[in-house]
Ligand binder design. Structure first.
Ligand SMILES: *Cc1c(COP(=O)(O)O)cnc(C)c1O
Length: 375
């Protein structure tokens, strides 16, 4: 069997083990300790956010943000439809209704015009949405300047899902720092990983302190165990945070390599008029977490499905773009404000192998397979 070429697999830098060993040597085997503090400091330094709470997952970070905003059963939360289910699931955890908004073509993320239309319509129906969750898919920033203008105009807080976009920015301002909250993920397939984990970042010290409090079972200040709020067990382990500290040392290299994968694919497939690439709008900088292609040939035998199958036969992993949330059986009753863009992207888009540990020969192999498809 040929060695599998993965979509996006973990890539250690070398110093992770040192931090993990330190945790063992000092017996900080707990969801707190020097690595957790150090990792939070690294995240603030890198993103420019004032505060950060390291958590057990990105999903948990979104959940805590919604809890702190007081989102309750019966409330509505606006969410980008084109995304991974983890952006929307926490809305259901708090008993609220997700309201899905479609994407625009330039970034594949939340369309500001539709967002405005959605807010105006929800207000007319008598309910003010409690939060807005835009997503930076595959590392490409959403149009955050426009989105923040609208959110500020209607005074609705923004939870920025930057799980896929650590290292991306608009005009140098890092993704995750535009909204009241930003959430990050360090799951195994993300640009850096702690094996599993996430973070909530914000310029509000109060909110981040509250997040840490809620994430450790909401223990009030007392000698005994006193609780006046429902808490969660969402803190990151000091072992995982050690991996994170090592990974932060190589984050810039990871971004560079992922961007160079993308450039390689784009150059190599430039001659194929059926394949197009997502360009960065002016002043937008994507970490190119995943390299994606758009194949507008669903009527031929050179569709995204044909490419997917041909790659699979060579033991190469690729993946369709996210299936929009408004098309998911579990969210079929949720209101949706659309233009068909996300549906079209789902039909025609594909993610190519994008890991920072891919060899030149792997990339070459991917291109060779795609070029060999007869149509
Ligand atoms: C990975 C991801 C998440 C969830 O992060 P976890 O750490 O896996 O819980 C949320 N949103 C998006 C867009 C993601 O890709």
């Amino acid at each position: 069997m040929k060695n599998r070429i993965w979509l996006s697999s973990p890539h250690m830098g070398g110093t992770e083990q040192k931090y993990v060993n330190e945790a063992f040597e000092t017996n900080w085997i707990a969801p707190l300790g020097p690595n957790v503090d150090g990792f939070e400091g690294d995240l603030c330094h890198y993103t420019g956010s004032k505060y950060a709470a390291a958590l057990s997952s990105g999903t948990g970070a979104i959940h805590l943000a919604l809890v702190m905003l007081g989102v309750e059963p019966g409330d509505e939360v606006i969410c980008q439809s084109m995304t991974f289910a983890a952006s929307a699931n926490p809305i259901a955890y708090v008993g609220a209704t997700p309201i899905f908004v479609d994407s625009e073509r330039d970034t594949w993320n939340m369309c500001p015009d539709l967002l405005r239309e959605c807010i105006v319509d929800r207000l007319a129906k008598g309910k003010k949405p409690k939060a807005i969750i835009p997503v930076h898919l595959y590392g490409m920033p959403a149009k955050m300047i426009e989105i923040m203008e609208i959110a500020n105009e209607f005074e609705i807080p923004v939870i920025e899902d930057a799980a896929e976009a650590l290292g991306s920015n608009i005009e140098g301002k890092k993704m995750g720092t535009f909204g009241l909250f930003g959430i990050l993920s360090f799951n195994g397939n993300k640009i850096i990983t702690t094996s599993g984990g996430g973070a909530l970042i914000s310029d509000s010290e109060e909110y981040i302190n509250e997040a840490r409090f809620l994430a450790t079972q909401a223990r009030d200040k007392a000698h005994h165990y006193e609780h006046s709020k429902i808490g969660y067990n969402y803190r990151m382990s000091n072992i995982c945070a050690g991996i994170g500290r090592g990974q932060m040392e190589v984050l810039n290299d990871r971004v560079e390599k992922r961007r160079s994968n993308f450039e390689y694919y784009r150059k190599s497939l430039a001659g194929n008029e059926n394949i197009s690439f997502l360009e960065e709008p002016k002043e937008f900088y994507s970490n190119r977490w995943l390299s994606t292609i758009y194949v507008d040939r669903s009527d031929s035998n050179f569709s995204k499905k044909d490419i997917y199958t041909s790659l699979l036969l060579e033991n190469i992993e690729s993946r369709p773009l996210w299936k929009p949330m408004h098309l998911q059986p579990v969210f079929k009753d949720a209101p949706y404000y659309g233009n068909g863009v996300s549906e079209d992207l789902f039909k025609n888009g594909l993610c190519l192998p994008s890991g920072s540990n891919l060899e030149d020969t792997d990339l070459f192999k991917v291109i060779e397979v795609i070029k060999s498809i007869n149509y």
